[in-house]
Design a protein around this ligand. Structure first.
Ligand code: TRP
Length: 452
């Protein structure tokens, strides 16, 4: 199987694709973004809505992307061109490419922070510091300008390096081993966090929904977070879908990836929030939340040094397996649509994204006063991608599959041309055609206040 010649690259095993897609889904979105967004949006009620979106719209969009990609055997933009020739659907693919630029630009800032923290952990930099000193350390780093930029650059170069070698060679190997290890570490840290004095307040915050906290904004943030965390809405999974073999059971893959992603986000919440309250911090501290909280957990646990080093190392890997899926969207487009070599496409696009990324990173220092509608550049990129570009992409993806490609294509792909049974076929098609597009549009309208 492995040495079979596959013309445009393919994952070599069933586990390979689950590992790669889970590697894409699981990343800073789960461990950094989920806690910070949940913390800003009221905790428990947010979590409930978030899970609701994953189980309905999220899994449907994920499966839809796999189907489109595997059917077309093309990049995100080329898939639409091939399946709907002469129609403007390729614009959806183009939106995905724009989203990839936006996401990578700000994601690499945070990935850079994890490198800094890895180095701090190796140098035993958290030892003997109390919560105040640890917060100060974060602020000092953020405002130091050159270090965050340097780490961001390192991260971009690493992402590009893996992409030059080709996705399947890069990811399969690492994710298979390292992801389960990351989960194990998180579980150990959850235990420490839960046993801190005052931890129960954090548990209540995350699991006791306060329904008075729900607003149009909170619902949109939950939708955006579900899309961001699952890597859906911009064609990353269309691109990966095009590398999936014909005999893979797409619905099963979807379910496994979605579950892994959700469980890890919830675990991240269980790791962070009890500690937030135990150390008298604020859950709505924003983008710095996990970086200000985590070191406190390490200083309070036996073997904290080694746990800290391993944790930030694995978090960096998790970030990498996510960013390669984003960069691959753009590079696969460059190769197939612009006839660039893999290497050229990687260099050109990575450089362009890195330029935008500099502005994202500087939002925390030199450019912190520069605001667009009240958001810094970083905040705007973060908000724009998760809460607008991805859900909008999702609307078009489900409409495309449900109404344009149609039932036969769907049935062919989910049943592998009639070889396997699909249990929820009717439900899936109904969500694709009606529920998902209407629900997403309603969430938008509600958030901007049109529904009152
Ligand atoms: N889902 C990843 C995370 O949680 C980030 C990511 C990777 C992503 N590929 C994506 C987000 C595509 C949106 C679209 O860290």
């Amino acid at each position: 199987m492995t040495d079979k010649i596959v013309p445009r690259g393919a994952f070599t095993s069933k586990f390979g694709i689950v590992a790669a897609a889970a590697g894409s889904a699981v990343g800073l979105g789960n461990i950094w973004r989920f806690p910070y967004v949940a913390g800003e949006n009221g905790g428990g009620a947010f979590l409930l809505i978030y899970i609701g979106f994953i189980l309905t719209i999220g899994m449907s969009v994920m499966l839809a992307e796999f189907i489109i990609g595997r059917r077309a055997q093309k990049n995100a933009l080329g898939s639409f061109k091939k399946l709907a020739p002469g129609k403007p659907w390729w614009i959806v693919g183009f939106m995905g490419i724009v989203a990839a630029f936006v996401i990578l630009a700000f994601y690499s800032t945070i990935a850079g922070w994890t490198f800094e923290y890895l180095i701090q952990a190796i140098g035993n930099g958290f030892a003997g510091k109390d919560a105040g000193a640890i917060s100060q350390m974060f602020t000092d780093f953020q405002t130091s300008t050159t270090r965050p930029l340097l780490w961001q650059l390192v991260f971009m170069v690493l992402t590009a390096g893996i992409i030059v070698c080709g996705v399947q060679k890069g990811i399969e190997k690492y994710t298979k081993m390292l992801m389960p290890l990351l989960v194990l570490l998180i579980i150990i840290m959850c235990i420490r966090s839960l046993t801190l004095p005052g931890a129960s307040e954090g548990v209540n915050f995350l699991f006791k929904p306060d329904f008075s906290k729900i607003s149009g904004k909170v619902i949109l943030e939950a939708l955006g977070q579900s899309f961001f965390s699952m890597s859906i809405g911009m064609g990353a999974l269309i691109t990966y879908g095009s590398y999936i073999q014909k005999n893979n059971k797409l619905p099963n893959t979807t379910f496994q990836v979605a579950m892994a992603d959700t469980v890890i986000a919830i675990l991240a919440g269980v790791m962070i929030f009890p500690a937030v309250f135990a150390f008298n911090m604020e859950p709505d501290a924003g983008t710095g939340l996990v970086f200000q909280v985590l070191p406190n957990i390490f200083t309070e646990m036996p073997g904290g040094y080694i746990f800290a080093v391993m944790f930030f190392l694995l978090l960096s890997v998790a970030a990498l397996t996510s960013t390669i899926s984003v960069l691959e969207v753009v590079v696969a487009y460059g190769i197939e649509e612009l006839n660039l070599s893999r290497k050229k496409a990687t260099i050109i696009f990575t450089s362009a994204i890195a330029v935008l990324g500099v502005f994202a990173t500087l939002s925390f220092s030199e450019l912190s006063e520069f605001k667009i509608f009240g958001h810094t550049i970083f905040g705007s990129l973060d908000w724009l991608s998760a809460n607008l570009l991805l859900p909008l992409g999702g609307v078009f993806i489900v409409i495309f599959l449900g109404w344009v490609l149609g039932k036969k294509a769907i049935v062919d792909e989910v049943t592998n041309n009639g070889q396997i049974k699909m249990r929820f076929l009717r439900v899936f098609i109904f969500i694709l055609k009606y529920i998902a597009p209407v629900a997403i549009v309603l969430v938008f309208l509600n958030a901007i206040g049109v529904l009152g």
